[in-house]
Design a protein around this ligand. Structure first.
Ligand SMILES: *Cc1c(COP(=O)(O)O)cnc(C)c1O
Length: 365
């Protein structure tokens, strides 16, 4: 039997009664958009992360876009972004016509390297987007210091880091000016469809963003500002409220699998990720020199793997011509070497040990 990279049916199966009852109740309520289920998820999620305000939106990409719109981002602005990330961290920036300023990662964490940020700041720098990639908290202490020094807001892309601890006891998503979360089904906290959220402590920004997500309107048919239609629906909100009660447990399970991998994978050809007790292991990402050879070896052992991400954003068709000739060698090296191993709550121990065994029997040719 193949070990799947991810099996969403396991999580559903474990909470089937609760989830089905919640979904059924919403279906029978006859209220599907902007109702009580959304309100109660928003307050529960804000409380969990430790911020004042939460807005449920359509997805993680929209969450980032609405934050940037709320900050009145325009064509003159520059936004600092990590070079090594999922393309969704970049798309809202170019969508609003702003200039992307990619910064190389620290290869030991895969996250944006704070030491490389300051030289790219100028009078047009509007914001810095910090992505807690793979579930590992960015060095937010360093980023907040830079933000304060130059008076530039930090936007957190916490789409892979629900429940991870940042610094000073605060959770990722509760540190910067505003944060975007995604509840795409495979994320640490996943809906049964698309959903996302925005968090902030800034009441003015919150007021503006709550209009933006709803056609630029706070009262029906009164439209003050340019808006979009991006609202988390009641069905997703009711499902997420149930799953939110179990997020700590989901993350503990991921952390246990990561610890098991890190302890037992002992191959000199496999470079393991650095341990960090605050990491929530959205992905367990190793590095190998000969990636396709390694992936084929794992496949022969019946282990599915994935690559996050095979093409760095600056080399994709969208940005290749815009960012012509930009030199990002660390990002390109990482993208050529990273492999993600299966990790998800409910993954059996015997499957974990088959993954470990397959890694340990790999001999690079
Ligand atoms: C998933 C993800 C997003 C986008 O979220 P969607 O809900 O899929 O739109 C943004 N940034 C990162 C880092 C992600 O992993």
């Amino acid at each position: 039997m193949t070990i799947k990279f991810f099996d969403l049916k396991v999580e559903y199966g474990a909470y089937k009664e609760e989830l089905t009852a919640a979904a059924l109740e919403t279906l029978q309520s006859g209220h599907y958009i902007m109702g009580s289920k959304l309100k109660s998820f928003e307050s529960a999620f804000a409380k969990y992360i430790g911020v004042k305000y939460c807005l449920g939106v359509g997805n993680g990409l929209d969450a980032l876009k609405i934050i940037l719109m709320g900050m009145e981002t325009s064509g003159e602005d520059e936004i600092i972004v990590p070079a090594h990330t999922f393309i969704a961290s970049w798309l809202p920036v170019s969508d609003l016509g702003a200039k992307l300023v990619p910064i190389e990662p620290d290869p030991s964490t895969f996250n944006i390297n704070p030491k490389l940020i300051e030289k790219s700041i100028n009078q047009n720098t509007k914001a810095i987007i910090a992505v807690h990639l793979y579930g590992r908290p960015v060095d937010m202490r360093a980023l907040m210091r830079i933000g304060e020094k130059y008076n530039i807001p930090i936007i957190e892309d916490a789409a892979q880091a629900h429940g991870a601890t940042g610094f000073g006891g605060k959770k990722c998503g509760g540190i910067g000016k505003a944060a975007a979360f995604s509840f795409y089904p495979t994320k640490n906290l996943g809906a049964c469809g698309d959903a996302g959220a925005i968090l902030t402590n800034d009441s003015r920004l919150y007021q503006i963003m709550s209009k933006i997500r709803n056609y630029g309107s706070s009262r029906k048919y009164i439209h003050d500002i340019q808006g979009v239609n991006s609202r988390m629906d009641e069905l997703q909100a009711s499902i997420l409220s149930i799953k939110l009660k179990h997020i700590e447990d989901f993350n503990k399970k991921r952390q246990k699998i990561a610890a098991c991998y890190s302890k037992n994978i002992q191959s000199r050809y496999v470079s393991k990720p650095k341990m960090d007790s605050h990491h929530v292991w959205h992905q367990y990402v190793i590095r190998v020199q000969k990636r396709s050879e390694f992936i084929n070896h794992m496949k022969k052992f019946g282990v599915e793997t994935m690559i996050h991400y095979p093409v760095p954003p600056h080399l994709t068709g969208v940005y290749k011509n815009q960012l012509n000739g930009i030199d990002l060698p660390i990002t390109e090296l990482l993208c050529a070497q990273v492999v993600s191993l299966p990790i998800y709550p409910g993954m059996s121990e015997s499957d974990q040990f088959r993954v470990i065994q397959a890694c340990n029997e790999y001999k690079q040719k």
